[in-house]
Design a protein around this ligand. Structure first.
Ligand code: ISL
Ligand code: CA
Length: 552
């Protein structure tokens, strides 16, 4: 067993706009995070992954960066960041930043130059193409609706943007662009940060023929055949590793659509010298139909478990996984995979057991530690997310039934995960004294940190128990994994073991009592943790999770 700090770490992901506002402007900020560091430390986490805090016009809330070396004034500017980093290090917490370099903002000076003329020295920092038959160069559609090409009057050419038109794609073919990016990375590592989460790193290399998609409305097919895993992606990552990553003791986690079982080890194989971990979406897209998130299908629970098993088997001994059930791009994990009505507390705790007993580095998304749920705002004007609003406009233009579509917005909007952190039962959930940039979920009166601090068996305190237990039992980090009943329609039951210890994790994903029917002598095991009291050893009550340790 080759022990590494980032393998044993539990990561806490912060969406800074929504975490804590310190100055009443309605926007979460870095001083707000600093004021909550004791709370974060108390969760038993080791690393904070901070979503983008750089200067940005915020077309996509910071995922459109106009200056990679400056912290946005909305968040407190450079001094606040320096203070955060040094405080965190004093407290033994590490800081991972978001690296968003598939695209920049159109307000970055590189793009402002690039669009000026065809012979501008920055022209080749981006992809420019003449149109075809009075239209864009090909039929690709952006992740956030519409063409991926925007025409620019000044030079009468189109530029490529896989996301919004304010997020032009950087041209990684250009060695100068790559050098600029590596310089930026050195800049932050020299400041002392402990790693990067790399945004959509799977799409940085383009097929330079830019062929038409056969089936542009099939989301997955288009991503897999045209956007992701381009011809030079691994060459670029190896170069980045050699020129930057290999020089520091840091961690990396790449994100992106199109990363799958087949290609995973190309990114994270220990012999590859590319990335430490990736976030894949096999379980997160599990309820997407061919048309993507607004074409939902029912989640297949057997398949859900299989995703964990297949990934574990694939990476075992050869790479390292990342375990997450939610982030700022998806609906709330308790609303998706648990039951956010009758069994919210039980299911939120049970999902915490899953999250913190799998092999891989575990990532907790802010608010999940108190069981925050999806929101259902009354009006589309309450929503902020560019992906939601663009999809809404597209649905309207296509003449869809907008009442039906609004239900999909409630279910699928990324704003579900972006409502302000619920600190207490007071105005605006204690997030701001001003007017929040996005309304809080009205359920903050029942669901908030303050009330759960006082309650011994709260979700919050259960998370603390789980992180401590994981820390004390390295078998849960490194040990082998086996699904005991892969075909069970309701139970997720697995074994974790190493040369010293053995654990059983038994989870009931249903609202009925379930008999375990496992071929196991429970006299050999001791119950270590359960998310709810009662019931016999061989049964699980609704949404119950139990963790046993072998004693003989
Ligand atoms: O959000 C998604 C599904 O709802 C994903 O398809 C998402 O667009 C994709 O994983 C990329 O996400 C990342 O890059 C985007 C940014 O909007 C997301 O917030 C970020 O996590 C563009 O930078
Ligand atoms: Ca603020």
């Amino acid at each position: 067993m080759n022990r590494v700090w980032w393998k044993e770490a539990v990561v806490y992901q912060i969406y800074p706009r929504s975490y804590m506002d310190s100055n009443g402007d309605g926007i979460g900020d870095i001083p707000g995070i600093i004021s909550k560091l004791n709370y974060i430390k108390s969760l038993g986490v080791d690393i904070i992954w901070l979503c983008p805090v750089y200067e940005s016009p915020n077309d996509d809330n910071g995922y459109d960066i106009s200056n990679y070396r400056k912290i946005s004034n909305d968040f407190g500017g450079d001094p606040a960041f320096d203070k955060l980093l040094s405080k965190m290090h004093e407290m033994g917490l590490k800081l991972v930043m978001d690296l968003v370099v598939n695209h920049s903002s159109d307000e970055h000076h590189w793009f402002e130059e690039s669009r000026k003329s065809k012979d501008n020295p920055f022209r080749d920092y981006y992809f420019w193409k003449p149109g075809k038959n009075d239209g864009p160069p090909n039929n690709w559609t952006s992740f956030f609706t519409g063409s991926t090409w925007e025409s620019d009057q000044r030079t009468n050419e189109y530029y490529l943007h896989l996301f919004t038109k304010k997020q032009p794609d950087l041209n990684w073919e250009n060695p100068k662009v790559r050098e600029e990016i590596y310089d930026i990375m050195h800049f932050w590592f020299k400041k002392g940060i402990d790693g990067f989460r790399m945004d959509v790193i799977s799409v940085i290399s383009k097929d330079l023929d830019f062929p038409d998609a056969k089936n542009p409305t099939n989301y997955n097919e288009t991503i897999n055949t045209h956007y992701a895993n381009g011809p030079r992606v691994h060459e670029f990552l190896r170069e980045m590793h050699e020129k930057v990553l290999s020089q520091y003791d840091i961690m990396t986690v790449g994100e992106g659509p199109g990363i799958d079982l087949e290609n995973s080890l190309l990114y994270v194989g220990e012999d590859r010298k590319e990335l430490n971990m990736v976030f894949h979406f096999d379980h997160m897209f599990i309820d997407n139909g061919p048309g993507g998130k607004y074409d939902p299908i029912e989640m297949d629970f057997i398949r859900f478990k299989q995703v964990f098993s297949l990934w574990d088997a694939r990476l075992k001994g050869r790479g390292w996984g990342s375990i997450f059930l939610g982030n700022h791009d998806f609906s709330r994990m308790v609303s998706r995979f648990g039951d956010d009505t009758h069994y919210r507390e039980d299911s939120a705790k049970m999902l915490a057991m899953l999250l913190l007993t799998m092999r891989g580095t575990a990532y907790i998304y802010q608010g999940d530690e108190i069981g925050m749920t999806n929101v259902a705002f009354p009006s589309i004007s309450d929503y902020n997310d560019v992906e939601t609003l663009n999809s809404w406009k597209e649905a309207e233009a296509n003449g869809l039934d907008m009442d039906e579509f609004f239900k999909l917005v409630h279910k699928q909007s990324r704003d579900n995960a972006r409502t302000p952190m619920q600190w207490k039962n007071s105005d605006n959930a204690g997030f701001t004294t001003g007017s929040p940039w996005l309304k809080p979920n009205p359920n903050f009166k029942e669901i908030n940190v303050e009330s759960q601090e006082d309650q011994q068996d709260s979700i919050l305190n259960f998370y603390r128990k789980m992180t401590a237990f994981r820390k004390a039992n390295l078998c849960l980090v490194y040990g082998d994994y086996e699904d005991l009943k892969p075909h069970d329609q309701n139970l997720f039951t697995y074994r974790r073991w190493d040369t010293k210890d053995e654990f059983l994790v038994l989870l009931n994903f249903s609202d009925q009592d379930r008999s375990l029917a496992l071929n196991i002598d429970f006299d050999d095991y001791e119950l270590k943790l359960s998310n709810k009291p009662g019931t016999s050893r061989t049964t699980l009550s609704p949404w119950q999770g139990k963790l046993f340790k072998r004693i003989s």
